[in-house]
Design a protein around this ligand. Structure first.
Ligand code: GLC
Ligand code: MG
Length: 547
């Protein structure tokens, strides 16, 4: 609770969380395993590579890693098409490599969050073969009919009809994504039990939580009703958006799936005392996101910052409406980048990477960082002949492909940025600036972006006001977004200039000590009174009420 209610300001939202869970205090770092570190010279990142880089993540100061899928997969969607949920793909290593990763992570105090893919399997999963030949028919979504006419108008996220005809089964099967990713039928008790076993397998083998892939899509309308045309869509946009997916996403029964998953991790926790977090991938408007808290998802992923204009009024309005919509005791979370969206340095521009870091790591709620954003990696243009992502292949030229944001991590100035040995061919090309934009050079530079991230993470860990304190907006002017985090007698003021014109803007911080600046070379008074911030600059000011 705020020690000194200030009548000029709106009430703190949240207050201080007592008895907070590890995932509320944590910062999560997303690793895309193909692209983090190759250890065996095949140009594809692997689990052993990640293990070798854990010391870096511990040094950086993150608390948990979320790993995109590394299960056995024919890689039609680079691991999001799973052929065996309980094994490691040979490209990524072995189950023993996983065990070694767990041991090292535990030693360093880093939690491991797995990507759990309940909505679909690979077409090569044995369950799908059994479904095609009729022994487990009801495990997937089949529709009889003639091969000429798809059952309804549902479309795939990755382009084209969401139905494919299967000659062996003489029926259509539904796939929200690729034809190589048939959707499971979550109304089937056998599917639910088998997928619970998968979760239990990984809980037992060291998982500290799960990011639930494509959760909103797990249940489809029983009556196969057509989706409705979207009046706001026009030719040339993402074809998936031509229809409003009311009958294929966020159906009320998805909440039952969420409850089932939560019960599964809770019962695992009862056995071994390790609390596990569930993060839901849910591209939904704020109001609809909130229902998932009630059904037990700890962190329904909040992607709204990815789409909000980088302007104080817009960002402040988002934070406030999100805070206001949160159910009691629901814990917020924020995302500024992932393996599906343009990188923040490219999206917002180089000028704003530092205020973006400061915002993400000082808002109330669990932040997720995307690998490489801490050094300012940019989207890398991929020549047509090098395209890997099936989305780009199926819907080319619309900027939907995700290869540009999945290029190898830039570690140092050696060949291939230290991602793989010189003789190897990385699966995606490195950024051309990897020689200069990399971990090694930024680690030793006290004014680098990486150093800023590290300082922010350290400050967040040492200041309860930042990790678990309340939030309130102080001001949103043309250029400045100013807010306060508070716990006990400590008040942390964060001021960010999100504007883009050259002039400095001044504001009165009302005293306190400047504890962090986005641009340390800028002379700011140690005691904060009037502070001047140019576009892209931010400061954090700490004050403590006497007594
Ligand atoms: C999620 C993942 C994306 C993947 C898709 C299908 O949206 O984030 O990368 O392609 O699900 O599994
Ligand atoms: Mg490898």
């Amino acid at each position: 609770m705020s020690a000194q209610p200030d009548r000029r300001l709106p009430v703190l939202s949240g207050g201080v969380v007592t008895g907070s869970a590890w995932w509320q205090r944590a910062t999560i770092y997303q690793v895309y395993p193909r692209s983090f570190q190759d250890s065996d010279g095949d140009g594809v990142g692997d689990l052993e590579g990640i293990r070798r880089r854990l010391a870096y993540l511990a040094w950086l100061g993150v608390d948990a890693i979320w790993l995109s899928p590394f299960y056995r997969s024919p890689m039609a969607d680079f691991g999001y098409d799973v052929a065996d949920f309980c094994d490691v793909d040979p490209q990524f290593g072995t189950l023993e490599d996983w065990d070694r990763l767990v041991a090292e992570a535990r030693r360093l105090g880093i939690k491991l969050i797995l990507d759990y893919v309940p909505n679909h399997t690979s077409i090569e999963h044995p369950w799908f073969s059994a479904s095609r030949d009729g022994t487990r028919r009801d495990w997937y979504l089949w529709h009889d009919g003639s091969p000429e006419q798809a059952p309804n108008n549902w479309v795939s996220v990755f382009g084209g009809s969401a139905w494919s005809w299967d000659e062996r089964a003489r029926a259509w099967y539904y796939h929200a994504y690729l034809p190589e990713q048939p959707d499971l039928n979550w109304r089937n008790a056998g599917v639910r039990a088998a997928m619970r076993d998968v979760m239990e397998f990984w809980c037992h083998r060291g998982a500290d939580g799960f990011r639930i892939d494509a959760l909103r899509q797990t249940i489809k309308d029983r009556l196969w009703r057509d989706n409705l045309p979207n009046p706001d869509w026009w030719e040339g946009e993402d074809p998936y958006d031509a229809l409003i997916p009311v009958f294929t996403t966020d159906r009320p029964e998805v909440q039952d799936v969420a409850r089932w998953l939560r019960a599964t991790v809770d019962s695992a926790a009862q056995k071994d005392g390790r609390e596990r977090v569930l993060i839901g991938e849910l591209h939904l408007p704020i109001e609809r996101l909130m229902a998932y808290y009630d059904s037990g998802v700890h962190l329904p992923a909040n992607f709204h910052l990815l789409k909000t204009p980088w302007e104080p009024a817009a960002v402040a309005a988002l934070v406030e409406s999100y805070e206001a919509a949160l159910p009691t005791n629901a814990w917020p979370n924020w995302v500024l980048g992932n393996h599906d969206r343009s990188r923040l340095a490219t999206r917002l521009g180089q000028r704003h990477v530092r205020t973006a870091a400061m915002l993400l790591l000082t808002l109330r709620g669990t932040p997720t960082l995307y690998y490489g954003d801490e050094i300012g990696m940019q989207d890398v243009e991929i020549g047509a002949e090098l395209v890997q992502d099936p989305w780009e292949r199926r819907v080319p030229g619309k900027g939907l492909g995700r290869d540009p944001v999945r290029t190898p991590m830039q570690w140092d100035e050696t060949p291939h940025g230290g991602f793989c040995v010189a003789q190897a061919q990385p699966w995606l090309p490195l950024a051309r600036d990897a020689d200069s934009v990399n971990v090694a050079s930024q680690r030793v530079d006290s004014s680098s972006l990486l150093t800023l991230y590290r300082r922010l993470l350290a400050l967040r860990r040492s200041e309860p006001a930042l990790s678990i304190g309340g939030y309130r907006t102080v001001a949103a002017t043309d250029d400045l977004f100013v807010y306060e985090r508070a716990a006990g007698s400590v008040r942390i003021l964060v001021a960010l200039n999100l504007g883009s014109h050259g002039e400095e803007t001044e504001f009165d911080a009302g005293g306190g000590t400047v504890v962090l600046q986005t641009h340390p070379e800028r002379a700011a008074p140690r005691r904060a009174g009037a502070i001047r911030l140019a576009a892209g600059e931010g400061v954090i000011v700490r004050s403590q009420a006497p007594g």
